[in-house]
Design a protein. Structure first.
Length: 425
Protein backbone atom coordinates (compact mmCIF):
# COMPACT_ATOMS: atom_id res chain seq x y z
CA UNK A 1 0.00 0.00 0.00
CA UNK A 2 0.96 3.63 -0.42
CA UNK A 3 2.94 5.91 1.87
CA UNK A 4 1.42 9.36 1.43
CA UNK A 5 3.53 12.47 1.96
CA UNK A 6 1.38 15.16 0.33
CA UNK A 7 -2.28 16.17 0.14
CA UNK A 8 -4.17 17.85 -2.72
CA UNK A 9 -7.73 19.17 -2.59
CA UNK A 10 -9.95 19.16 -5.67
CA UNK A 11 -13.15 20.97 -4.67
CA UNK A 12 -16.40 20.64 -6.61
CA UNK A 13 -17.89 24.09 -6.04
CA UNK A 14 -21.65 23.92 -6.52
CA UNK A 15 -24.56 25.59 -4.65
CA UNK A 16 -26.66 23.07 -2.73
CA UNK A 17 -28.80 25.19 -0.40
CA UNK A 18 -31.41 25.98 -3.06
CA UNK A 19 -33.65 23.37 -4.77
CA UNK A 20 -32.16 23.38 -8.26
CA UNK A 21 -33.39 21.06 -11.03
CA UNK A 22 -31.27 17.95 -11.49
CA UNK A 23 -30.64 18.58 -15.19
CA UNK A 24 -29.83 15.99 -17.81
CA UNK A 25 -28.35 12.55 -17.34
CA UNK A 26 -24.66 12.48 -18.31
CA UNK A 27 -23.37 9.84 -20.73
CA UNK A 28 -20.84 7.65 -18.92
CA UNK A 29 -19.85 5.40 -21.83
CA UNK A 30 -17.22 7.76 -23.23
CA UNK A 31 -15.65 8.65 -19.87
CA UNK A 32 -12.11 7.50 -19.18
CA UNK A 33 -13.13 6.95 -15.56
CA UNK A 34 -15.64 4.28 -16.62
CA UNK A 35 -13.63 2.51 -19.34
CA UNK A 36 -12.68 -0.38 -17.08
CA UNK A 37 -16.23 -0.98 -15.88
CA UNK A 38 -17.72 -2.31 -19.10
CA UNK A 39 -21.44 -2.84 -18.52
CA UNK A 40 -21.11 -3.28 -14.73
CA UNK A 41 -23.07 -0.11 -14.01
CA UNK A 42 -25.88 -0.75 -16.48
CA UNK A 43 -28.24 -2.79 -14.25
CA UNK A 44 -28.01 -0.25 -11.43
CA UNK A 45 -28.44 2.71 -13.78
CA UNK A 46 -31.45 1.13 -15.46
CA UNK A 47 -33.11 0.38 -12.13
CA UNK A 48 -32.31 3.87 -10.82
CA UNK A 49 -34.04 5.37 -13.86
CA UNK A 50 -37.25 3.62 -12.79
CA UNK A 51 -36.87 4.92 -9.23
CA UNK A 52 -35.69 8.53 -9.59
CA UNK A 53 -34.65 10.41 -12.71
CA UNK A 54 -33.45 13.17 -10.40
CA UNK A 55 -30.99 10.84 -8.64
CA UNK A 56 -29.91 9.33 -11.97
CA UNK A 57 -28.99 12.76 -13.32
CA UNK A 58 -27.09 13.70 -10.16
CA UNK A 59 -25.09 10.48 -9.85
CA UNK A 60 -24.09 10.45 -13.51
CA UNK A 61 -23.13 14.12 -13.30
CA UNK A 62 -21.04 13.46 -10.19
CA UNK A 63 -19.13 10.73 -12.02
CA UNK A 64 -18.69 12.94 -15.09
CA UNK A 65 -17.45 15.86 -12.97
CA UNK A 66 -14.92 13.58 -11.24
CA UNK A 67 -13.77 12.40 -14.67
CA UNK A 68 -13.33 16.03 -15.76
CA UNK A 69 -11.35 16.81 -12.60
CA UNK A 70 -8.98 13.92 -13.20
CA UNK A 71 -8.16 15.32 -16.64
CA UNK A 72 -6.62 18.47 -15.15
CA UNK A 73 -2.88 18.64 -15.76
CA UNK A 74 -2.56 20.26 -12.34
CA UNK A 75 -3.77 17.14 -10.53
CA UNK A 76 -0.63 15.52 -9.16
CA UNK A 77 0.51 12.23 -10.68
CA UNK A 78 2.90 11.63 -7.79
CA UNK A 79 1.89 8.34 -6.08
CA UNK A 80 2.94 9.88 -2.76
CA UNK A 81 0.28 12.61 -3.14
CA UNK A 82 -3.17 11.79 -1.79
CA UNK A 83 -5.88 13.51 -3.83
CA UNK A 84 -9.14 14.53 -2.11
CA UNK A 85 -12.16 15.23 -4.32
CA UNK A 86 -14.91 16.82 -2.24
CA UNK A 87 -18.46 18.03 -2.93
CA UNK A 88 -20.70 19.93 -0.48
CA UNK A 89 -23.51 18.68 1.74
CA UNK A 90 -26.93 18.10 0.11
CA UNK A 91 -25.63 17.45 -3.41
CA UNK A 92 -27.88 14.40 -3.55
CA UNK A 93 -31.26 15.86 -2.69
CA UNK A 94 -34.22 16.06 -5.07
CA UNK A 95 -35.59 19.41 -6.12
CA UNK A 96 -39.07 18.37 -5.03
CA UNK A 97 -40.84 15.46 -3.41
CA UNK A 98 -42.31 14.19 -0.19
CA UNK A 99 -40.70 13.52 3.19
CA UNK A 100 -38.77 16.79 3.27
CA UNK A 101 -37.30 16.45 -0.23
CA UNK A 102 -35.63 13.08 0.17
CA UNK A 103 -35.02 9.93 -1.85
CA UNK A 104 -36.40 6.51 -1.04
CA UNK A 105 -34.26 3.89 0.65
CA UNK A 106 -34.07 1.96 -2.64
CA UNK A 107 -32.80 5.03 -4.48
CA UNK A 108 -30.18 5.63 -1.83
CA UNK A 109 -28.93 2.03 -2.10
CA UNK A 110 -28.67 2.32 -5.90
CA UNK A 111 -26.74 5.61 -5.76
CA UNK A 112 -24.32 4.12 -3.23
CA UNK A 113 -23.92 0.93 -5.28
CA UNK A 114 -23.06 2.89 -8.43
CA UNK A 115 -20.53 5.14 -6.72
CA UNK A 116 -18.99 2.24 -4.79
CA UNK A 117 -18.37 0.34 -8.03
CA UNK A 118 -16.69 3.38 -9.61
CA UNK A 119 -14.52 4.18 -6.59
CA UNK A 120 -13.42 0.55 -6.10
CA UNK A 121 -11.38 0.57 -9.32
CA UNK A 122 -7.71 -0.11 -8.59
CA UNK A 123 -6.75 2.72 -10.95
CA UNK A 124 -8.14 5.15 -8.35
CA UNK A 125 -5.67 4.24 -5.62
CA UNK A 126 -4.39 7.49 -4.13
CA UNK A 127 -7.80 9.19 -4.16
CA UNK A 128 -10.43 9.99 -1.54
CA UNK A 129 -13.89 10.92 -2.83
CA UNK A 130 -16.51 12.77 -0.80
CA UNK A 131 -19.52 13.14 -3.15
CA UNK A 132 -21.40 15.21 -0.58
CA UNK A 133 -24.39 13.83 1.30
CA UNK A 134 -27.59 12.08 0.27
CA UNK A 135 -30.93 12.85 1.93
CA UNK A 136 -33.17 9.78 2.06
CA UNK A 137 -36.07 8.30 3.97
CA UNK A 138 -37.18 4.95 5.30
CA UNK A 139 -40.19 3.72 7.20
CA UNK A 140 -40.03 3.91 10.96
CA UNK A 141 -40.74 0.17 11.16
CA UNK A 142 -37.68 -0.58 9.02
CA UNK A 143 -35.67 1.72 11.22
CA UNK A 144 -36.87 -0.19 14.29
CA UNK A 145 -36.32 -3.61 12.71
CA UNK A 146 -32.66 -2.74 12.23
CA UNK A 147 -32.35 -2.41 15.99
CA UNK A 148 -33.25 -6.09 16.49
CA UNK A 149 -34.95 -5.40 19.82
CA UNK A 150 -37.35 -7.72 21.64
CA UNK A 151 -41.09 -7.04 21.65
CA UNK A 152 -41.13 -5.44 25.10
CA UNK A 153 -38.38 -3.01 24.10
CA UNK A 154 -40.10 -1.95 20.90
CA UNK A 155 -43.54 -1.46 22.44
CA UNK A 156 -42.88 2.21 23.36
CA UNK A 157 -41.83 2.79 19.75
CA UNK A 158 -45.00 1.57 18.05
CA UNK A 159 -46.25 5.13 17.59
CA UNK A 160 -43.53 5.87 15.05
CA UNK A 161 -43.54 2.55 13.19
CA UNK A 162 -45.61 3.96 10.31
CA UNK A 163 -43.95 7.34 9.91
CA UNK A 164 -41.06 8.24 7.65
CA UNK A 165 -37.62 8.92 9.08
CA UNK A 166 -35.35 11.22 7.03
CA UNK A 167 -31.58 10.77 7.27
CA UNK A 168 -28.73 12.84 5.83
CA UNK A 169 -25.82 10.54 5.02
CA UNK A 170 -22.24 11.47 4.09
CA UNK A 171 -20.51 9.19 1.59
CA UNK A 172 -16.75 8.61 1.49
CA UNK A 173 -15.01 6.67 -1.26
CA UNK A 174 -11.51 5.26 -0.77
CA UNK A 175 -10.03 4.83 -4.23
CA UNK A 176 -9.29 1.20 -5.07
CA UNK A 177 -11.36 -0.15 -2.20
CA UNK A 178 -14.96 1.08 -2.27
CA UNK A 179 -17.08 3.33 -0.12
CA UNK A 180 -18.31 3.85 3.41
CA UNK A 181 -20.81 6.27 4.90
CA UNK A 182 -22.00 7.79 8.12
CA UNK A 183 -25.23 9.53 9.06
CA UNK A 184 -25.18 13.15 10.13
CA UNK A 185 -26.04 12.97 13.83
CA UNK A 186 -27.61 16.40 14.38
CA UNK A 187 -30.43 18.03 12.48
CA UNK A 188 -30.07 21.72 11.70
CA UNK A 189 -32.90 24.14 11.01
CA UNK A 190 -31.12 24.83 7.73
CA UNK A 191 -31.72 21.20 6.71
CA UNK A 192 -35.42 21.95 6.20
CA UNK A 193 -36.33 18.54 7.60
CA UNK A 194 -39.54 18.75 9.61
CA UNK A 195 -39.26 17.51 13.19
CA UNK A 196 -41.78 14.75 12.49
CA UNK A 197 -39.22 13.10 10.19
CA UNK A 198 -36.29 13.28 12.58
CA UNK A 199 -34.86 10.08 14.03
CA UNK A 200 -33.89 11.91 17.22
CA UNK A 201 -36.23 14.30 18.94
CA UNK A 202 -34.47 17.60 19.43
CA UNK A 203 -34.67 20.58 21.71
CA UNK A 204 -33.12 23.98 21.29
CA UNK A 205 -30.24 24.99 23.50
CA UNK A 206 -29.73 28.73 23.27
CA UNK A 207 -26.12 29.76 22.83
CA UNK A 208 -24.22 32.95 22.20
CA UNK A 209 -23.86 33.76 18.53
CA UNK A 210 -20.93 32.01 16.91
CA UNK A 211 -19.60 34.03 13.99
CA UNK A 212 -18.34 30.86 12.32
CA UNK A 213 -21.84 29.44 11.87
CA UNK A 214 -24.63 30.67 9.63
CA UNK A 215 -27.78 32.38 10.79
CA UNK A 216 -29.48 28.99 10.49
CA UNK A 217 -27.11 27.10 12.77
CA UNK A 218 -26.82 29.56 15.64
CA UNK A 219 -29.28 27.51 17.66
CA UNK A 220 -27.40 24.41 18.72
CA UNK A 221 -29.60 21.34 18.62
CA UNK A 222 -29.07 18.64 21.22
CA UNK A 223 -30.92 15.32 21.54
CA UNK A 224 -33.59 14.79 24.14
CA UNK A 225 -34.08 11.35 25.65
CA UNK A 226 -37.74 10.38 25.62
CA UNK A 227 -38.65 6.68 25.81
CA UNK A 228 -37.33 5.70 22.42
CA UNK A 229 -34.51 8.14 21.65
CA UNK A 230 -31.97 6.05 23.56
CA UNK A 231 -32.50 3.28 21.04
CA UNK A 232 -31.89 5.68 18.19
CA UNK A 233 -28.77 6.86 19.96
CA UNK A 234 -27.51 3.27 20.11
CA UNK A 235 -28.20 2.79 16.42
CA UNK A 236 -26.41 6.01 15.56
CA UNK A 237 -23.49 5.10 17.77
CA UNK A 238 -23.08 1.95 15.72
CA UNK A 239 -21.72 3.87 12.76
CA UNK A 240 -20.40 6.98 14.50
CA UNK A 241 -16.82 5.72 14.41
CA UNK A 242 -17.07 5.52 10.62
CA UNK A 243 -16.21 9.21 10.50
CA UNK A 244 -12.66 8.10 11.45
CA UNK A 245 -10.97 6.36 8.51
CA UNK A 246 -7.59 5.09 7.40
CA UNK A 247 -6.04 5.41 3.94
CA UNK A 248 -2.85 3.85 2.63
CA UNK A 249 -0.26 2.52 5.05
CA UNK A 250 0.27 5.61 7.08
CA UNK A 251 -2.59 8.13 7.13
CA UNK A 252 -5.79 8.60 9.13
CA UNK A 253 -8.47 11.24 8.69
CA UNK A 254 -11.87 12.24 10.01
CA UNK A 255 -14.96 13.69 8.35
CA UNK A 256 -17.87 15.76 9.65
CA UNK A 257 -21.07 17.18 8.17
CA UNK A 258 -21.99 20.82 8.89
CA UNK A 259 -23.67 21.10 12.32
CA UNK A 260 -21.86 17.98 13.55
CA UNK A 261 -18.70 20.09 13.40
CA UNK A 262 -20.19 22.73 15.69
CA UNK A 263 -21.22 19.97 18.10
CA UNK A 264 -17.82 18.23 18.02
CA UNK A 265 -18.95 14.89 16.66
CA UNK A 266 -15.51 14.03 15.27
CA UNK A 267 -13.84 14.92 18.57
CA UNK A 268 -16.19 12.55 20.36
CA UNK A 269 -15.91 9.79 17.75
CA UNK A 270 -12.13 9.99 17.71
CA UNK A 271 -11.98 9.76 21.51
CA UNK A 272 -14.11 6.60 21.34
CA UNK A 273 -12.00 5.29 18.47
CA UNK A 274 -8.78 5.58 20.48
CA UNK A 275 -10.31 3.45 23.22
CA UNK A 276 -10.45 0.51 20.81
CA UNK A 277 -6.65 0.43 20.52
CA UNK A 278 -4.61 -1.33 23.23
CA UNK A 279 -1.81 1.23 22.92
CA UNK A 280 -0.53 3.99 20.64
CA UNK A 281 -3.74 4.72 18.71
CA UNK A 282 -3.14 6.51 15.40
CA UNK A 283 -3.57 10.27 15.35
CA UNK A 284 -5.52 12.07 12.65
CA UNK A 285 -3.44 13.50 9.81
CA UNK A 286 -6.18 15.72 8.37
CA UNK A 287 -9.86 16.54 8.74
CA UNK A 288 -12.64 16.98 6.16
CA UNK A 289 -15.78 19.11 6.48
CA UNK A 290 -18.60 18.89 3.94
CA UNK A 291 -21.21 21.51 4.72
CA UNK A 292 -23.91 23.92 3.67
CA UNK A 293 -23.35 26.92 5.91
CA UNK A 294 -20.61 26.08 8.39
CA UNK A 295 -17.21 27.68 8.65
CA UNK A 296 -14.27 25.92 10.28
CA UNK A 297 -14.37 26.52 14.02
CA UNK A 298 -10.91 26.20 15.61
CA UNK A 299 -12.13 24.94 18.99
CA UNK A 300 -13.96 22.10 17.25
CA UNK A 301 -11.00 20.96 15.15
CA UNK A 302 -9.66 17.51 16.03
CA UNK A 303 -6.30 17.42 14.23
CA UNK A 304 -3.11 18.71 15.84
CA UNK A 305 -0.65 21.52 15.19
CA UNK A 306 0.62 21.73 11.62
CA UNK A 307 -2.20 19.58 10.25
CA UNK A 308 -4.89 20.53 7.73
CA UNK A 309 -8.66 20.94 7.69
CA UNK A 310 -10.31 20.83 4.25
CA UNK A 311 -13.79 22.29 3.78
CA UNK A 312 -16.30 22.48 0.93
CA UNK A 313 -19.57 24.35 1.42
CA UNK A 314 -22.66 24.68 -0.77
CA UNK A 315 -24.31 27.73 0.81
CA UNK A 316 -25.10 30.60 -1.55
CA UNK A 317 -27.50 32.66 0.60
CA UNK A 318 -25.06 34.41 2.93
CA UNK A 319 -25.66 36.74 5.87
CA UNK A 320 -23.96 40.12 5.50
CA UNK A 321 -22.42 39.89 8.96
CA UNK A 322 -20.09 37.10 7.94
CA UNK A 323 -16.61 38.50 7.78
CA UNK A 324 -15.28 38.63 4.25
CA UNK A 325 -13.79 37.17 2.21
CA UNK A 326 -15.93 34.06 1.93
CA UNK A 327 -14.77 31.05 -0.06
CA UNK A 328 -16.99 28.04 -0.74
CA UNK A 329 -13.96 25.78 -0.33
CA UNK A 330 -10.76 26.26 1.62
CA UNK A 331 -7.87 24.69 3.51
CA UNK A 332 -6.80 25.77 6.99
CA UNK A 333 -3.76 24.71 8.99
CA UNK A 334 -3.71 24.39 12.78
CA UNK A 335 -1.15 26.88 14.12
CA UNK A 336 -1.66 26.80 17.89
CA UNK A 337 -2.87 24.23 20.41
CA UNK A 338 -2.82 23.75 24.16
CA UNK A 339 -3.90 20.99 26.53
CA UNK A 340 -7.54 21.88 25.93
CA UNK A 341 -7.33 21.59 22.16
CA UNK A 342 -6.95 23.79 19.08
CA UNK A 343 -6.75 27.54 19.66
CA UNK A 344 -5.89 28.98 16.25
CA UNK A 345 -5.96 28.11 12.57
CA UNK A 346 -4.99 30.08 9.48
CA UNK A 347 -8.02 32.01 8.24
CA UNK A 348 -8.63 34.55 5.51
CA UNK A 349 -10.49 36.78 7.98
CA UNK A 350 -7.58 37.16 10.44
CA UNK A 351 -5.05 39.87 9.52
CA UNK A 352 -2.28 37.89 11.24
CA UNK A 353 -2.89 34.72 9.21
CA UNK A 354 -4.44 35.81 5.92
CA UNK A 355 -1.13 35.71 4.02
CA UNK A 356 -0.41 32.19 5.27
CA UNK A 357 -3.99 31.25 4.34
CA UNK A 358 -3.45 32.59 0.81
CA UNK A 359 -0.29 30.50 0.38
CA UNK A 360 -2.07 27.35 1.50
CA UNK A 361 -5.10 28.08 -0.69
CA UNK A 362 -3.24 28.47 -3.96
CA UNK A 363 -5.71 27.34 -6.64
CA UNK A 364 -3.63 26.23 -9.61
CA UNK A 365 -6.52 25.31 -11.92
CA UNK A 366 -10.12 26.51 -12.14
CA UNK A 367 -12.33 24.46 -14.41
CA UNK A 368 -15.59 26.21 -15.28
CA UNK A 369 -18.40 23.68 -15.61
CA UNK A 370 -20.94 23.99 -18.41
CA UNK A 371 -23.50 22.00 -20.34
CA UNK A 372 -24.60 18.78 -18.66
CA UNK A 373 -21.83 19.18 -16.07
CA UNK A 374 -23.70 22.12 -14.59
CA UNK A 375 -26.90 22.35 -12.55
CA UNK A 376 -29.36 24.70 -14.24
CA UNK A 377 -29.48 27.90 -12.19
CA UNK A 378 -31.32 29.95 -14.83
CA UNK A 379 -33.60 32.51 -13.18
CA UNK A 380 -32.61 31.46 -9.64
CA UNK A 381 -31.52 34.12 -7.14
CA UNK A 382 -29.47 33.89 -3.96
CA UNK A 383 -30.87 35.94 -1.06
CA UNK A 384 -28.50 37.99 1.08
CA UNK A 385 -29.50 39.88 4.19
CA UNK A 386 -28.32 41.44 7.43
CA UNK A 387 -29.76 39.32 10.26
CA UNK A 388 -30.83 40.82 13.58
CA UNK A 389 -30.19 38.58 16.59
CA UNK A 390 -31.69 38.41 20.05
CA UNK A 391 -29.51 38.00 23.14
CA UNK A 392 -29.39 34.24 22.60
CA UNK A 393 -28.02 34.56 19.09
CA UNK A 394 -31.30 33.67 17.40
CA UNK A 395 -32.08 35.46 14.13
CA UNK A 396 -35.37 37.31 14.67
CA UNK A 397 -35.39 39.68 11.70
CA UNK A 398 -33.70 40.19 8.34
CA UNK A 399 -32.70 43.69 7.17
CA UNK A 400 -31.30 45.03 3.91
CA UNK A 401 -32.53 42.01 2.00
CA UNK A 402 -31.12 41.81 -1.49
CA UNK A 403 -30.87 39.19 -4.19
CA UNK A 404 -28.21 38.25 -6.67
CA UNK A 405 -28.47 35.96 -9.70
CA UNK A 406 -27.15 32.61 -8.47
CA UNK A 407 -25.02 32.34 -11.57
CA UNK A 408 -22.49 34.10 -11.57
CA UNK A 409 -22.77 34.83 -7.80
CA UNK A 410 -21.86 31.20 -7.11
CA UNK A 411 -20.05 29.92 -10.22
CA UNK A 412 -20.06 26.15 -10.63
CA UNK A 413 -16.47 25.06 -11.06
CA UNK A 414 -13.71 22.71 -10.02
CA UNK A 415 -10.98 24.27 -7.90
CA UNK A 416 -7.70 22.34 -8.02
CA UNK A 417 -5.42 23.34 -5.14
CA UNK A 418 -1.65 23.17 -4.99
CA UNK A 419 -0.42 19.98 -3.24
CA UNK A 420 0.65 20.49 0.37
CA UNK A 421 3.11 18.51 2.43
CA UNK A 422 1.47 16.48 5.17
CA UNK A 423 2.81 16.97 8.67
CA UNK A 424 4.26 14.05 10.60
CA UNK A 425 4.05 13.38 14.32
Amino acid sequence: MAQYKNLQLIAYRVPTDLPLPAGNECDLVSLKLCKGLGTDLSPHLEELETQSEDALSRVTRMIAVIDRAMQSKKVSQDPATLKVFMAPEFYFRPKAGGAARSYTETTRHLVVAILRRVFAQKSLMGWIFVPGTIVWNLKGQTFLDDLKLDANSTKPLNNISKQDIVINTAMVGIGGHGMTSYDKLHYSEADNIDSKYRALLNKEKKTQKDGNATIFDLNVIEPQRPLFSEYFELMRKRNKDQCVLGVGDNRWFGIEVCLDHELRVLKSAYAEFTQTWPNNPPRLDFQLLTACGMRIQPHNVTVGEGHFILRNDGISCLPFDWKTPYDPSEIQRVTKVDNNGVLETTTAQNEATKEAWARINDIVDRIVLSGDLKLDATGVNATLCKPVYDKYGTSIESLDVTTKPLDPWFPQQLAVYRPLQLANF
